[in-house]
Design a protein around this ligand. Structure first.
Ligand SMILES: Cc1cc2nc3c(=O)[nH]c(=O)nc-3n(C[C@H](O)[C@H](O)[C@H](O)COP(=O)(O)OP(=O)(O)OC[C@H]3O[C@@H](n4cnc5c(N)ncnc54)[C@H](O)[C@@H]3O)c2cc1C
Length: 418
């Protein structure tokens, strides 16, 4: 019996997950002219909770490619990153104003909700399905009867969708990544608490990313605009922290009275001015470097993007920018395969090939940055010596590479392809 007679709908591409990665993928595919793209999410709408996202130049280059650089006019550029070690009192400064060849693109902090809404605009509403949880995936390889590979997706309401291409943007606990056999994301034993402070009469902070480091804790704040300030704090996570997770008010209290102990008043004050509804705590999960390098994130026209591909739980907050880059590069390869009548599998393979090394490099620098926050002093003299060495290696070798990573330009949707 043909699929339509069995009540099965057929699509060219199905994107699972309407977070930053999924919305960006759907938008990019729509822009390059792929017809019949369906975007699915298990929630009843775009999940716009969360505070804000720090977008580095690589994120802005991707947004330019997606036609969303208008957001640059709404948010002020942050020019400087100041990192103060609260144990030694030393402050390091780093200029954030773009690259030599493309000066001025800078770093901006964007409301997560605004970014999601901007990515979602112009998506044909008929091609977005909420309250639709993917529960199983079955690949139907090409056989004698059909020369095409199809994937059957079963949703929790019992409906079945057939698609030629499946892109899993379903986050760190991705079902698609599991189907592909990628290693499970492991716990980093660190978590990040984020929030948004609002100063009704404006604040006096300059457009700088101010970071404080104290033992295992790293707190930062940065203005989003003249009234709002985004902040976050990362820290080693113990079992007691688990209890506070679902209670934003308690999380806020925990930051003010416990986690931010020893932090300057200006940081605590920013936290105090936050609406608990903007506060989220996320356990940072990561896929090992070997998992990223040796895993096979594509098979039978099925692949992953965003956190489903590369959960890199670290203090660097690069997840959103990397997800935007994924979308541009994947859509570019798919569009190039359409133009040149190449096989889609080759397009997806080319996407994975292009992303794998970049993702692994970003993960390596991110994981190394975590070492600098390890409490080496507990190990006595040897620990202090190791800490000194780690910090020197970080300053000379890792730091500049992280900056390069953040300035990467993924280019526009039509430049090249495989
Ligand atoms: C609620 C929330 C708040 C956040 N707040 C911030 C913040 O303030 N600042 C910041 O820097 N980062 C924040 N992040 C993290 C950041 O957005 C992501 O790390 C990054 O953007 C990568 O996004 P992603 O689209 O790959 O994954 P996610 O943002 O996790 O999106 C995955 C999507 O897949 C959907 N999904 C999962 N499984 C299924 C399934 N089986 N079927 C259908 N749909 C499924 C989920 O509902 C979700 O919408 C937040 C993430 C979330 C989920």
């Amino acid at each position: 019996m043909p699929p339509e007679e069995k009540g099965e709908v057929e699509y060219e591409v199905v994107v699972v997950g309407a977070g930053i990665a999924g919305l960006a993928c759907a938008r990019a595919l729509h822009q390059v002219g792929v017809q019949r793209v369906l975007l699915l999410d298990k929630y009843d709408g775009v999940r716009s909770d969360g505070a804000a996202v720090l977008l580095y130049p690589n994120g802005w280059h991707a947004l330019e490619a997606l036609g969303l650089d208008k957001l640059k006019d709404v948010y002020p550029t942050c020019h400087l990153r100041k990192q103060t070690n609260l144990e030694t009192g030393e402050t390091k400064e780093m200029l954030l104003t773009g690259t030599v060849d493309r000066p001025g693109i800078g770093v901006r902090t964007v409301h997560r909700k605004v970014l999601l809404q901007a990515l979602a605009e112009e998506l044909p509403q008929d091609n977005v399905r909420f309250t639709s949880r993917l529960v199983s995936i079955k690949s139907e390889p090409a056989s004698g009867k059909t020369s095409l590979n199809f994937t059957k997706l079963q949703l929790d309401d019992g409906s079945v969708i057939r698609t030629k291409v499946l892109i899993g943007c379903d986050g760190v606990h991705s079902l698609v990544a599991e189907w592909l056999g990628l290693s499970q994301a492991a716990e980093s034993k660190r978590s990040i608490i984020r929030g948004l402070a609002e100063f009704e009469n404006g604040h006096n902070f300059s457009n700088e990313l101010q970071e404080y480091v104290l033992k295992d804790k790293r707190g930062a704040f940065v203005p989003v605009n003249g009234k709002e300030v985004y902040w976050y704090i990362t820290h080693d996570t113990g079992p007691r922290d688990l209890e506070a997770t679902r209670r934003p008010k308690r999380t806020l209290m925990q930051v003010m009275h416990n986690l931010a102990e020893g932090f300057p008043d200006r940081f605590v004050n920013v936290v105090r001015y936050s609406d608990p509804n903007t506060v989220t705590r996320t356990y940072m999960l990561y896929r090992s470097l070997w998992g990223l390098l040796l895993g096979r994130p594509h098979r039978n026209l099925i692949t992953v993007a965003g956190d489903a591909f590369h959960p890199i739980g670290s203090d660097l907050s690069l997840g959103s920018c990397m997800a935007l880059e994924d979308a541009v590069i994947l859509a570019r390869h798919i569009s190039s395969s359409m133009r040149n009548q190449h096989d889609r599998e080759d397009a997806i393979e080319a996407y994975v090939k292009e992303r794998r090394w970049r993702v692994a490099a970003v993960a390596a620098w991110s994981y190394m940055s975590v070492w600098t926050h390890h409490n080496w002093s507990e190990l006595g003299f040897c620990g202090r010596a190791v800490k000194f060495l780690v910090e020197k290696v970080f300053d000379w070798f890792v730091g500049p590479r992280i900056m390069k990573t953040m300035n990467n330009d993924c280019r526009d949707l039509n430049s090249g392809g495989y």
